[in-house]
Design a protein around this ligand. Structure first.
Ligand SMILES: Nc1ncnc2c1ncn2[C@@H]1O[C@H](COP(=O)(O)OP(=O)(O)OP(=O)(O)O)[C@@H](O)[C@H]1O
Ligand code: SF4
Ligand SMILES: [Mg+2]
Length: 339
């Protein structure tokens, strides 16, 4: 089955502008993992996420960028409740997610937030037909009658551009792009407010990537969803995102409206990261970072970027920079000597 044989159905009315208070927000969230240390039987702590602050509203795409290992997937897992933070607060609307009774967390939060993983071939149960894969969350959450569940499965397949004939096949019989459509449909089936997509196109052929990106953007517009889109590819994030968060060594070092982050970045790391894609910046000078990426087990004191930053001074080693507001509303960065 190829990826171009169906067109999306007509739009259903929904807002595409960011609306209302945040559905999800994380405040000062840390995630540390205990790992085997250097010495025999010794334990060390790996700091996967440090002091993360981020929020997501309906109708907006929050893009998250950063190098491999900077904590993007960890943040995604925190946002969808798969990872309990070591410290800090995750809020779902006005409630502390991890203070909610587990049954309400599963029913209310579980239905309101969906996740799309990088590789649909491992994320979907290979032995179940597409129909069963899509009906399963409705069964688990006890939504509607049997007939209503079947109707919702058909509706959601239509939404993501899957033909009705795909209902009876196994995920393994579909192309990579069609499989990812199934994964997106599964994330949508409970009518969530927010979807978190962690590198949803990086396992796909280049020819299919644009179709999946366009589908996500279209769904965000038509359903008024909040979308967290994670990628190490800046061009892709820039294409989709209304807001961008830049991560380095477990920290969100800068966050704000996409246009400001691209055209007026304040954090040296953002400038260096984006300079690798010269067309995104007015200046075409490429900044090459020297020195190794520090270890997340033993991160630098003060600002984590200081060992590779050309603007670092003594204060950068002594004090971790707090978030500072740029002139533009909603643009925050963490740097003692901003650009
Ligand atoms: N369960 C775990 N136990 C120990 N360390 C972990 C665990 N999960 C993640 N890490 C570490 O946490 C850090 C952040 O990992 P994470 O997967 O969030 O990064 P990422 O930005 O998603 O990387 P990539 O771009 O490669 O997907 C890495 O150093 C990783 O090795
Ligand atoms: S705080 Fe200092 S080391 Fe960190 S990015 Fe800013 S100038 Fe560089
Ligand atoms: Mg990842």
């Amino acid at each position: 089955m190829n990826d171009t044989e169906t067109a999306p159905p007509p739009a259903t009315p929904a807002g595409s502008e960011p609306t209302g208070p945040p559905v999800l927000s994380v405040r000062d969230v840390d995630v540390t993992h205990r790992i085997a240390g250097g010495r025999l039987f010794a334990k060390a702590h790996l700091h996967a996420l440090t002091g993360a602050r981020i929020s997501v509203r309906r109708g907006e795409v929050l893009g998250i960028v950063g190098e491999s290992g900077c904590g993007k997937s960890t943040l995604a897992r925190v946002l969808v409740g798969l990872q309990k933070p070591t410290a800090g607060v995750v809020r779902f609307h006005d409630e502390d997610l991890w203070g909610m009774p587990a049954t309400r967390r599963a029913s209310e939060f579980g239905g309101a937030v969906g996740m799309v993983f990088q590789d649909a071939s491992t994320a979907l149960n290979r032995r179940l037909t597409v129909r069963t894969v899509l009906r399963d969350p409705l069964d688990v959450h006890g939504r509607g009658t049997k007939a209503q569940r079947e109707a919702r499965v058909r509706e959601v397949m239509d939404l993501v551009g899957l033909p009705p004939s795909a209902a009876e096949v196994l995920p393994g019989q579909l192309s990579g792009g069609q499989r990812q459509r199934v994964a997106i449909a599964r994330a949508l089936v409970l009518e969530p407010e927010v979807i978190v997509a962690d590198e949803p196109t990086s396992a796909l052929d280049v020819s299919v990537r644009a179709q999946i990106l366009n589908l996500l953007r279209d769904l965000k517009d038509r359903l008024g969803l909040g979308l967290v889109f994670i990628s190490h590819d800046i061009q892709t994030v820039r294409y989709l995102a209304d807001r961008i968060a830049v991560m380095y060594l477990g920290r969100v070092v800068e966050e704000g409206p996409a246009e400001r982050i691209v055209h007026a970045p304040r954090h040296p790391y953002t400038v260096a990261l984006f300079s690798a894609t010269p067309s995104l910046l007015a200046s075409t000078e490429r900044i090459t970072l020297t020195g190794p990426l520090p270890s997340a087990v033993d991160p630098p004191s003060g600002c984590a970027f200081r060992t590779r930053c050309w603007k670092a001074t003594d204060v950068c080693a002594q004090t971790a920079p707090e978030p500072r507001a740029a002139e533009e509303e909603g643009h925050l960065f963490r740097c003692h000597h901003p650009m």
